[in-house]
Design a protein around this ligand. Structure first.
Ligand code: ADP
Length: 235
């Protein structure tokens, strides 16, 4: 069963041409799909629909077997907690909480016990090389470290889908490479990934497939140019 299935999706805001115009797209488990396109082409709209943050005016959106179009607010929130991890350009961490408290938050909101949430958080921080920053506040960390924390938080509820919106857009090139390596590794371990970006290099590094959107329509949909021979070769 596909992880994501969009059929004939249209989304139109009040004025202007449709932000998405008859988009049909299927994503299989384990894919890393880069969604590329110029500013205003509909990438964020697409991401919001898949995240259950917005609803189409026409067409169907099915993710992890859940029909999202027409879902109410509470059910959308439940869907997101169970299935979606999100990473944003500007990290969106809570600056007055420690790294640990940021990372455990989604699990606590999902009803996971405090003990289990902290156990899972410690394991994630360890595997992402953040263990020694567990008690730090995000403001004390570099941009790259903050984005790693955001990735840890996104992975906390073991999401079906990791959605990343320009995750390296606010980073210097070394930190950007670090984060792109992390995303590649996660995908090599089986994490399905949707990466919205206009960074062609990031897409070539991380994605197994590239979908280009122009004026709200799928312009092309191809395996990524730099097909990865194996996860090991990338590291
Ligand atoms: P991208 O992420 O590729 O930059 P968006 O999905 O943000 O593109 O935007 C697609 C189109 O929809 C643009 O024309 C944009 O101006 C419009 N749009 C996006 N969000 C809104 C909104 N909340 N209200 C009105 N128009 C919007």
């Amino acid at each position: 069963m596909p992880v994501i299935e969009l059929r004939g999706v249209c989304r139109r805001y009040d004025a202007g041409p449709p932000a998405l115009d008859d988009v049909t797209l299927t994503v299989e488990p384990g894919e890393a799909v880069a969604v590329l396109g110029p500013s205003g082409s509909g990438k964020s709209t697409l991401l919001n629909l898949v995240a259950g943050l917005d609803r189409p005016d026409a067409g169907t959106v099915t993710v992890a077997g859940v029909r999202l179009d027409g879902l109410g607010e509470a059910a959308s929130a439940r869907y997101r907690r169970a299935h979606v991890g999100m990473v944003f350009q500007f990290f969106n961490l809570l600056d007055d909480l420690t790294v640990t408290d940021n990372v455990v938050l989604p699990a606590l909101l999902a009803g996971t016990s405090r003990t289990e949430a902290h156990r899972r958080c410690a394991a994630l921080l360890e595997s992402l090389g953040l263990a020694r920053h567990a008690a730090a506040y995000p403001g004390r960390l570099s941009g790259g470290q903050r984005q790693r924390v955001a990735v840890a938080r996104a992975l906390m509820n073991r999401p079906t889908l990791l959605l990343a919106d320009e995750p390296t857009g606010a980073l210097d090139s070394a930190s950007g490479e670090d984060v792109s390596r992390l995303l590649t590794e996660l995908n090599a371990e089986g994490q399905t990934l949707i990466l919205v970006t206009h960074d062609e290099i990031l897409a070539a590094r991380c994605a197994t497939r590239t979908v280009r959107i122009v004026d709200g329509r799928v312009h092309s949909d191809e395996p990524s140019a730099a097909a990865r021979p194996s996860a090991g070769a990338v590291r």
